[in-house]
Design a protein around this ligand. Sequence first.
Ligand SMILES: Nc1ncnc2c1ncn2[C@@H]1O[C@H](COP(=O)(O)OP(=O)(O)OP(=O)(O)O)[C@@H](O)[C@H]1O
Ligand SMILES: [Mg+2]
Length: 269
Amino acid sequence: MEQKAIKPNLSVVGKTLKEVIQIKNFQVWIKENHILANIQLSIPKNEITCIIGPSGSGKSTLIRSINRINDGISGLNIQGEIIFNGLSVNDKDVDVAQLRTQIGMVFQKPCVFPKSIKENVLFGIQHLKNLSKLEKLQIAEEHLKTVSLWKEVSHRLNDKAISLSLGQQQRLCIARTLAVKPEVILLDEPTSSLDPVSTRAIEEMMVKLKENYTIIFVTHNIQQAKRIADNLIFICDGKVIEQGPASRIFSCSTNPQTKAYLRDEYCDC
Ligand SMILES: Nc1ncnc2c1ncn2[C@@H]1O[C@H](COP(=O)(O)OP(=O)(O)OP(=O)(O)O)[C@@H](O)[C@H]1O
Ligand SMILES: [Mg+2]
């Protein structure tokens, strides 16, 4: 069967496409466990959407469903729809590899490959066989500059990526994701193993990147969400408790569960 690459839906391209992703009645079970219940969300374009919520509430399951990283889990069952640029990501004829180039992902722990710094940046575009050495170097330079790593590594591009500090490795992972030119970047607690300086560097980078990308950022750190989020989604026990503009939720949420979580990082739902 021919596989579908998800491209911008022409029927909506003429209008300003405000929502890149819509999630409708989305549910996930793993074996008998109901992990996500009736999720309804929309993700605005060129903004940072932070997802917060207690451990085990389903944040990772949700974002990993968006680019179908969860596909391999045995006993996984889903219902409902995740719509990206007008098409359902779970359509059986969607090209998943192509989907993941459009919706990139950065994980909690930096996951560099046992290759050089330069090869790591170029990893996702190695199929572009016609690139000259110079073009590859230019691509590596461009993306290492975007993540503010170029000055630190320009003299050691052929060193193993593993020789970098954790914070540098995480910025390298972001550069590798950007080199594929995704439209959406999913980040699952990308700063949780980093020091405050590296954390701030990534936060500042996110604020710059949103000009060109739509960012979905899972964090346990409420202060971090306050610093970077345009929109906030609060998830507890597999349900969306509240979603909306971060400034409104932080300053005047009237939802008692949200208020308790923002105050004490505790939710009894
Ligand atoms: N592969 C799996 N098999 C069985 N249960 C799973 C699997 N993956 C996740 N779960 C369960 O789904 C629930 C949600 O997990 P998830 O990792 O999405 O939570 P989270 O909000 O990301 O938590 P944390 O903040 O600790 O990362 C948890 O109860 C978890 O144990
Ligand atoms: Mg998680």
